[in-house]
Design a protein around this ligand. Structure first.
Ligand code: PEP
Length: 259
């Protein structure tokens, strides 16, 4: 049984005061979440403040990126050990904005995934096709390539400590989400690949999140699909109430979120 996971990706939004307020709102609205795990990924600068607000609560936190080296002359970069020191549970890697705006390659992402695992972080690897790739019928080819490359060299036990997110690029920040059927088709395909790359058992336990314009009013229909194990939420994670609603609607059947 996979407990759904709902992660808020705040991107480059919010100073310290806003971060504290937003994290406090989520914490207070989800005091005893049942049937769902929740985490917030604020900008690096807000991580200590968010960690302080969430300490002792069931809500976890994580980062939006990291470097692959442990230390060194890498101006402007953040090492995975630094994130582990701040109590991060997750690190988002291979987000389409990193791939497309910052030209991160599959090789960069694979090194980051391995480094995150070495430091006890759960890498949340994002894969997804562009609108043009979907039009050309390349969706499975693209996500398979990104997954194989991103997990290159990992053993089954390392894959088992990971999280995957299917995030079609055309759905991120556009207000156009994948239909439940479109998302479910790709999630099913990815789960089959996990089985091949790790094991059947790992494929059954590994969480595959959907991301791309998840909102309070479409969260349930997406996350209640059999192979969708929660959501990676961008824009809608910047409003505490909306994010709380998404988390509650993503709770596994039989589980309900109590305040
Ligand atoms: C994201 O940034 O991962 C994302 C899914 O963004 P949005 O929810 O705004 O589409």
């Amino acid at each position: 049984m996979r407990t759904p996971l709902v992660v808020g990706n705040w991107k480059m939004h919010g100073g310290l005061a806003e971060a504290r307020e937003l994290a406090s709102g989520v914490r207070d609205g989800l005091k005893r979440p049942r049937g769902v795990e929740v985490a917030l990924c604020p900008p690096f600068t807000a991580l200590p403040a968010v960690a302080e607000v969430l300490a002792g609560s069931p809500i976890g936190w994580g980062a939006q990126n990291c470097h692959w080296e442990d230390t060194g002359a890498f101006t402007g970069e953040i090492a995975p050990g630094m994130l582990a020191e701040l109590g991060c549970r997750f690190v988002i890697l291979g987000h389409s904005e990193r791939r497309h705006l910052f030209r991160e390659t599959d090789d960069d992402i694979a090194r980051k995934v391995a480094a995150a695992l070495r430091h006890g972080l759960q890498p949340l690897l994002c894969v997804g096709e562009t609108a043009e790739e979907r039009r050309q019928g390349l969706t499975f080819t693209v996500v398979e390539g990104q997954l194989r490359a991103g997990w290159a060299g990992l053993g089954a036990d390392e894959i088992a400590r990971s999280v995957l997110a299917y995030e079609p690029v055309w759905a991120i920040g556009t207000g156009v989400n994948a239909t439940p059927a479109q998302a479910a088709e790709v999630h099913g395909y990815l789960r089959g690949l996990v089985s091949e790359l790790a094991s059947k058992e790992t494929a059954q336990s590994l969480r595959i999140l959907y991301g791309g314009s998840v909102k309070p009013d479409n969260a349930a229909e997406l996350t209640q699909q059999p192979d969708i194990d929660g959501a990676l939420v961008g824009g809608a994670s910047l409003q505490a109430q909306g994010f709380i609603t998404i988390a509650k609607k993503s709770a596994s059947r039989g589980g309900s979120s109590k305040e």
